[in-house]
Unconditional design. Structure first.
Lengths: 516, 102, 628
């Protein structure tokens, strides 16, 4: 039941914030912040109380909640949480709180509606991370899409309409393919077993014809790699990121991209282990292309937010490489990468937002020399620029190193190419530092002040978290250990289609029989 | 009784229909277009009658009566529309009523 | 006492942390106290631990602080490993580091980024200590990248100048290329051994690999790649001369004494792997000898005082690589230590000269400083003598002589290596004394603002003493039988085996070396004091050569055209993202179809009629055709 509360608090908070605008302009901000911090505290409590290591592998689910929704079609309202979901939720609520804080000064019209959209996006994301029913999953997938469209389209920068449409069409079109794939899984499972259901656990061991499995898997995969995004489906991202308001960019980069990675780990690989294995080489290749291509493009950008957006493309390439390397090291690295990238890129977007608030431009050719006036900001920027180029001691290094060590087991050439991506990362990351903080200040009419108390309140926790993750990543790795092992187990099992078919045909006779 | 061959009847219906159709296509005056549509309807009706008498079935005549009623209804609605068009556009040229294009 | 090992890196780290938090609010005095004090304390503990270590019978000491990562058998720990090799390094780092910190308190006293400077410097000392104390390669990589970061920050310390930022980025990116190779080496090592714990690798390697086996050679080459980047060896040497954009104490600490020798440390630390890969080890020697020659020739032509020293550093590290390449492990480390002393001394003295001459870098605009700045002159002279390996009285003579001798007589040595080292030694003494004569002799060309203070001269004097007397702990056999240093390192680094019957020839090699270095000094004297016009004639007659050497053998230009420009070009033309064009075209196609269909919606009644008729005719015709 606690799982439902996560979503209810956010949705109710959103509606309340919308209404509350009538009374006081700041009230929606406080309501949203409160709603998110309640959720955050709950996740923290669960995290600190639960023992993630010594549990039995089959009791990985911390909480599970299911009620019938549309029983005729086998649709249920089924939420469940394991370590992976919990980590993602903590990230969601943490970045959610920051996104409220970062909009405090930036958003000055339709405040209530803004926070309504903000909380509903987050509710959608929460739902995506929790749901164990494919129909419900698709529902939440759409819930997070539409408010995001409004966030970009209403509060965005000069080219917001175009960006919002592009974002919407890309995700919607790929989402429809996923819907088709979901229905495909539903009917095939129904045909084979006689029970028509959307429930994740029941669908898990559905036997597919290899051809059908491949097409269905691609249907899911397209939706996820568009979100992730993987080159060549990335072009919505720079536009959406650069045009969205700071909070929007933060949520896009920090959370929406992660739903793609989460989807691959949670659905694509467990549902279609063999089909996923067949395309793993190609998937890793596209991951590496993303790393290098994203780095090249990031280097050439002059729009600060666009530059950061392309670094996300590059970093998400590591996620793709890691997931399809199919070993525990790499996938653990991927989970680290999802968290650390959310924090470091989120922080860079907040910084970009702060710079924009001061000088009203995102063009880095018009910036320079701000270290002198804003040394604290410069220090924060150094930390996150270094995080983005993978400096050891910060969380991103742990993630990338684990991914690369793991990937080396599957592919040598691609790992080498991915490692050279680190040089590219150095080039584009240092370019941010040089253009914004080094050099002589370009005279402008705007006073450039150092970070305010509110901004410090955002940046200092981010710095602490990224450093903490760099030196003590083990608690996080422990939390996701068993879910990752379960996913990998599905992968390393021998080809099981026929075995599963046998089991289904002869039903309970074979129970307990070591047929394999 | 000396019956008219079916072919002649159908030919007549066909000629009438094509004539009506051509005048719908070439006429711009909207009243003439309406009249041409009526001719086409009657051509179809004639074909029904001919077919009905060929197989000695009442269905053909039933259909003709049905067409008559429909034509009457159509004319009344059509004339009302034509009045409106004339009222709005001060012309009976059908090409002038193209504000819904594109 | 050894239990305090963790304090050594922690102290500078705490210093850096305090300075980050409160640096801008503290008075300069407190900043100096935290900055220099924390390193001084670390140096003190190092000395105490060193004494304790020397008197105990154990050869190494482990201290596990906590487990860093533990995933699927990949279990690097935050753990420190102390043995003779790391002890030498931490001694140099903390002690020389402390002297440079003291020097900086005066050198930087008018700079507005005073606290920031000490923050970076402390952070650097911390990272460097982690690098040499790490007990596994991942932690070492942490220190490795950490020093890279500090080097970047300190080269770009005066960030207002565009070119400093450029030099800083260049240094970071080029060393990162080497680091990438090293990282791949680490992946391979983990695959081969299932661990990155250094000592486990060193014990398991001989059992896993035979001499010359492919895995060992590949890994050794990749590690060498990392070492080349950090230690500015061919072909990744181009960043170091530009790195002189940083303040002089930084050049002394990072770009002469410590960080740039990290590559030497890495190879010495992983010496077992290199011994199993003779091909890679030979290439260490080849790269070292090529680098020492190339950098030496470039140093001959420079006129920026710090750039001369930078090229000289590259060249001297080339000597260390040469020593590593012939398996003279302890000779390499010995030269590292002596070099750290005299090169830090030279950089600090050069920094003092530049500082007192209002930031004048050009040696031809100096001159006649001998009498104006006696303390600096004498210490600089001692340092130069050590660099030029003036026989018998300098530390540099003993350390370099060992390398010269072993490059010929060592089991893996040969005449080629020896000749390279010999020519290098000659060039070294020429450019060294060219620098001394031009800077300190002759007529005064720039006015000295004020004499150097105590906090600047004291470190110079201490370093001068060290660079002279530290040489006496290891003397060649032909002179006396003192082997304190190599005995000390023996538990970690194996002694070199000589070629048979070589022992007796040692004095011949030494006499050649003595003659060579002295004649170099005389040549510099002849060209720059006795007949100064000769050097100008030489320069004009061979201006092409001069320019070629001056530009560092054209490496910068070549890299610029081969890598930088194509990369920037590709990035620039693709700024709008070619893939997005595809989607743009898709949008255009949809738009075009939209226009076509909306054109049919003409609003003409007769047009629609025609459509219906044509449609009907088509359907009828089709059904007739299909029906038959």
């Amino acid at each position: 039941m606690i799982l439902t509360w996560f979503i209810i608090i956010l949705m109710a908070g959103g509606i309340l914030a919308w209404i509350a605008e009538k009374w006081n302009a700041d009230l929606p901000r406080w309501i949203s912040f409160l709603a998110l911090s309640i959720d955050f505290v709950i996740t923290l409590m669960i995290w600190s109380q639960h023992d993630f290591i010594s549990v039995e592998p089959n009791s990985v689910w911390i909480a599970d909640y299911a009620v019938n929704w549309i029983p005729v079609f086998g649709i249920s309202f089924h939420l469940a949480m394991d370590g992976l979901s919990l980590l993602m939720l903590m990230l969601t609520f943490f970045l959610g709180m920051l996104s409220v804080l970062t909009s405090w000064k930036e958003i000055q019209f339709k405040i209530g509606f803004f926070h309504f959209n903000l909380l509903w996006v987050l509710a959608g994301i929460t739902g995506v991370f929790l749901t164990m029913d494919l129909f419900l999953f698709y529902f939440f997938w759409e819930v997070m899409l539409i408010p995001m469209y409004f966030l970009i389209g209403i509060w965005g920068h000069e080219n917001r309409r175009y960006a919002a449409y592009k974002f919407f069409i890309f995700t919607q079109a790929s989402g429809l393919l996923m819907l088709l794939a979901i229905l495909g899984v539903y009917f095939i499972h129904g045909n084979v077993t006689g029970t028509y259901t959307f429930d994740y656990f029941q669908l898990l061991n559905t036997p597919f014809e290899p051809d059908a499995a491949r097409w269905l898997m691609l249907g899911f995969l397209v939706a996820f790699i568009v979100k992730l995004p993987v080159v060549p489906f990335h072009t919505w991202l720079p536009d959406a990121h650069s045009q969205a308001p700071t909070a929007g960019s933060l949520i896009l980069a920090g959370l929406l991209l992660k739903t793609g990675a989460y989807g691959i780990i949670r659905f694509v690989i467990p549902l279609f282990p063999d089909a996923a294995h067949d395309i793993s080489k190609w998937a890793m290749l596209f991951g590496v292309i993303g790393i290098l291509y994203g780095a090249l493009l990031a280097f050439s950008q002059t729009d600060l937010k666009r530059l950061i957006a392309y670094t996300s493309v590059s970093h998400m390439g590591f996620v793709m490489l890691g997931i399809f390397a199919f070993n525990e090291l790499a996938v653990q690295g991927v989970i680290m990468q999802m968290i650390t990238h959310g924090i470091s890129t989120g922080a860079l977007f907040i910084l970009a937002g702060s710079v924009y608030e001061r000088i009203h431009t995102r063009d880095i050719t018009l910036m320079g020399g701000y270290w002198k006036k804003a040394p604290f900001m410069g220090f924060i920027a150094i930390v996150f620029v270094m995080a983005s180029l993978g400096l050891p001691g910060l969380g991103n290094f742990v993630a990338e190193f684990l991914i690369l060590v793991g990937a080396w087991n599957s592919t040598h050439i691609l790992t080498i190419l991915a490692t050279t991506g680190l040089v590219g990362a150095t080039a584009y990351s240092l370019r941010i530092m040089q253009r914004v903080f080094y050099g002589v200040e370009i005279k402008s009419n705007h006073a450039f002040e150092d970070l305010s108390l509110r901004e410090k309140l955002m940046m200092v926790p981010l710095v602490l978290v990224i450093v903490w993750l760099g030196f003590f990543p083990q608690p996080i790795l422990n939390t996701s250990k068993i879910p990752v092992m379960n996913v990998m187990e599905a992968q390393t099992k021998p080809k099981k289609e026929n075995v599963a078919l046998d089991k289904l045909n002869t039903n309970e006779v074979l129970k307990g029989d070591n047929h394999e | 009784m000396n019956t008219i061959p079916v072919e002649s009847g159908l030919l007549l219906a066909g000629i009438l229909f094509v004539l009506g159709m051509i005048s719908v296509l070439v006429r711009r005056n909207i009243i003439f277009m309406l009249i041409s549509v009526e001719i086409m309807l009657n051509a179809a009706g004639l074909a029904f009658i001919v077919a009905g008498s060929r197989w000695v079935q009442p269905d053909g005549q039933v259909m003709f009566i049905f067409i008559l009623t429909m034509a009457a209804a159509e004319v009344s609605v059509g004339l009302a529309l034509i009045l409106q068009i004339y009222h709005q556009l001060k012309t009976l040229d059908s090409d002038a009523a193209n504000r819904m294009k594109g | 006492m050894k239990e305090l090992l963790w304090l050594i890196p922690t102290l500078p780290f705490t210093g850096a942390l305090l300075l980050i938090l409160f640096g801008r609010k503290l008075p300069r005095f407190a900043v100096s106290l935290i900055g220099a004090g924390s390193v001084g304390l670390a140096a003190l503990i190092t000395i105490l631990i060193g004494i304790d270590f020397n008197s105990s019978s154990e050869n190494s000491f482990q201290q596990v602080l906590w487990t860093w990562i533990d995933v699927a058998g990949f279990k690097p720990q935050i753990a420190l490993h102390l043995d003779a090799l790391s002890l030498v390094f931490i001694f140099v780092i903390t002690f020389v580091g402390f002297l440079i910190h003291v020097y900086s308190t005066e050198f930087m006293q008018d700079d507005e980024g005073y606290a920031r400077f000490f923050t970076y410097l402390n952070l650097f000392v911390y990272s460097m200590l982690i690098l040499v104390l790490a007990d596994n390669l991942v932690l070492m990589y942490f220190g490795w990248e950490g020093v890279g970061l500090c080097s970047y920050l300190l080269i770009g310390f005066w960030y207002l100048e565009e070119k400093n930022g450029y030099a800083a980025r260049k240094a970071f990116i080029i060393t990162r290329i080497g680091d990438t190779a090293m990282a791949i080496g680490l992946f391979m090592l983990f695959k081969a051994f299932g661990t990155l714990h250094i000592q486990s690798i060193l014990t398991q390697a001989p059992q896993t690999w035979t001499v010359g086996s492919e895995g060992a050679v590949m890994i050794a080459f990749l590690l060498l790649g990392g070492a080349m980047g950090k230690s500015a060896q061919l072909p990744l040497q181009t960043w170091l001369p530009d790195a002189m954009a940083g303040p002089s104490p930084v050049s002394a600490l990072i770009h002469a004494a410590t960080m740039v020798t990290a590559g030497v440390y890495l190879i010495a630390r992983m010496h077992v792997v290199f011994e199993l890969a003779p091909l890679a080890q030979m290439w260490v020697g080849i790269i070292g000898s090529l680098t020492l020659l190339l950098a030496g020739f470039s140093a001959l032509t420079q006129f920026d005082l710090k750039r001369i020293l930078a090229y000289s550093t590259i060249s001297q590290i080339g000597y260390m690589f040469l020593a590593l390449g012939v398996g003279a492990w302890s000779a390499a480390i010995f030269h590292f230590m002596i070099h750290a002393f005299f090169k830090a001394l030279l950089f600090l003295a050069a920094g003092a000269v530049i500082h007192l001459l209002h930031h004048e870098h050009n040696i031809f605009k100096m001159g006649g400083l001998k009498n104006k700045l006696p303390a600096i002159y004498w210490t600089f002279l001692i340092g130069s003598a050590s660099l030029a390996a003036i026989p018998f009285v300098t530390g540099g003579f003993y350390s370099k002589d060992a390398i010269l001798w072993l490059s010929l007589a060592g089991e893996k040595g040969n005449v080629g290596f020896f000749l390279a080292a010999l020519i290098g030694a000659f060039i070294t003494s020429v450019y060294t004394f060219r620098m001394v004569f031009v800077t300190f002799f002759g007529t005064e060309k720039t006015h000295v603002s004020h004499p150097a203070g105590n906090r600047m001269t004291m470190p110079l004097i201490i370093l001068a003493a060290l660079s002279t007397f530290a040489g006496f702990i290891e003397l060649p056999h032909s002179i006396a039988h003192v082997e304190l240093f190599s005995d000390f390192l023996k538990p970690v680094l194996p002694a070199i085996t000589l070629q048979e019957g070589a022992e007796s020839k040692e004095w011949i090699v030494q006499s050649i070396a003595v003659v060579i270095s002295l004649s170099g000094v005389y040549m510099a004297y002849y060209f720059y004091i006795k007949k100064p016009e000769l050097s100008d004639q030489l320069k004009t007659s061979s201006i092409d050569f001069h320019n070629f050497w001056f530009s560092g053998w054209g490496f910068d230009k070549a890299y610029d055209t081969l890598f930088v420009k194509p990369f920037v070009f590709m990035a620039t033309i693709n700024k709008q993202d070619i893939i997005d064009k595809f989607y743009d075209e898709l949008v255009k196609l949809a738009d075009f179809l939209h226009r076509v269909f909306s054109w049919t919606q003409s609003g003409l009644l007769r047009w629609y009629m025609m459509g219906i008729v044509i449609g009907a005719i088509l359907i009828v015709t089709l059904s007739l055709l299909v029906g038959n």
